[in-house]
Design a protein around this ligand. Structure first.
Ligand code: UT7
Length: 314
């Protein structure tokens, strides 16, 4: 495996102040706590209120990561934000984070669009930049204000999505690293219109996305392990995109004896798209589940359709 890897120096997460419970949703659409819990595992999801947005969440998560990394913000050589819900079409969220944090001006700052796979795509981009530019540290963020594009009359989607952000400071290091990426142009399963559209709301064929997810998550895991002559025995922790607890359980079952390695936090956050893996990453570090020298497997999927898997030494 490639030893020109990346080190996750520190992570941070940010959530809005308020959350919506399943009972709250049952007052808006015809649903109930029992249905949502058994079909998705979700109990609450956060929702931005006045003054909170993709930019403010990204900034707060980044601030926490920088504090934990114990580095000077002047050492940060670039900011990348993965999001499907930027505050504005332009400027980018990354530029607003650069300004809010008072980062240097002679750095790159840009957003990427890969839906829920965004944070994993960022890892690959960051790796390339860390070995090809003078940047010592890069700040990568997944931030979403999905409540802006959720249709709260559609019980098939509004129960799933939540707002939040996760951030990581990365640097180049002689650590094991490998990653696979996929993209398949397909609008039918998961779609939201863009700039200039009258109304921007997510539309989703939930059952089809579910079927797609369980196939590609397993593919992502199996192919990255096979490529590196490894099995699940060689992995300490698996972070799947937190889309639906049932999806993760389905995948988990394919690796008997390794169920405990699959982390889940869906009950509290729902699906926060590009923020889901970095939020989970911050939690596994905080809980001491993930420690130095361990091997982490991240696997995610999202609209596009996009998917990716990454093996990282911590
Ligand atoms: O980041 C990636 C994005 N998306 C995903 O990962 C989504 C993946 N898909 C899913 O998580 C699941 O497909 C859902 C949770 C969205 C839906 O679960 P499902 O088991 O696939 O349900 P379904 O769509 O097949 O619907 C079953 C029934 C239907 O009623 P009928 O036709 O059988 O009478 C729905 O109308 O459940 C009904 N239903 C609901 N009932 C109560 C759908 N949503 C709800 C609801 N509350 N919120």
């Amino acid at each position: 495996m490639d030893k020109n890897g990346i080190r996750i120096v520190a992570t941070g997460r940010a959530l809005p102040k308020n959350f919506i419970s399943n009972d709250d949703l049952s007052k808006i659409v015809e649903t109930n706590d029992e249905w949502i819990t058994t079909r998705t595992g979700i109990k609450t999801r956060y929702k931005c209120e006045e003054g909170e947005s993709c930019v403010t969440l990204a900034t707060e998560a980044a601030k926490k990561a920088i504090e934990k990394a114990d580095i000077s913000k002047d050492e940060i050589g670039g900011v990348i934000v993965a999001t499907s819900t930027p505050d504005d079409a332009l400027p980018s969220v990354a530029c607003m984070v650069q300004r809010a944090l008072g980062l240097r001006e002679n750095i790159l700052a840009f957003d990427i669009s890969a839906a829920c796979t965004g944070f994993l795509y960022e890892l690959g981009i960051a790796k390339g930049l860390l070995y090809s530019t003078a940047a010592k540290y890069l700040l990568v963020i997944g931030s979403e204000q999905l409540s802006r594009i959720v249709d709260y009359t559609d019980r098939g989607t509004c129960i799933l999505f939540g707002d939040g952000a996760g951030a990581a400071i990365l640097c180049a290091d002689e650590k094991e690293y490998d990653q696979l990426f996929w993209a398949r142009g397909q609008r039918e399963l998961l779609y939201c219109s863009g700039v200039g559209a009258k109304e921007q709301k997510i539309s989703m064929k939930g059952t089809d996305v579910f079927k797609f997810a369980v196939v590609v998550l397993k593919q992502g895991i199996d192919e990255i392990l096979a490529k590196n002559n490894m099995t699940m025995d060689d992995v300490d922790c698996v972070l799947c995109h937190q889309a639906n607890e049932r999806i993760i359980r389905h995948v988990q079952k394919k690796y008997p004896g390794h169920e405990d390695k699959f982390y889940m936090n869906l009950a509290r956050y729902g699906n926060t798209s590009a923020a889901s893996i970095p939020i989970a990453l911050d939690e596994v570090f905080e809980a001491g589940i993930l420690k130095e020298k361990m091997r982490l497997l991240c696997v995610g999927f999202g609209a596009g359709m996009t998917w990716s898997s990454a093996l990282l030494e911590i």
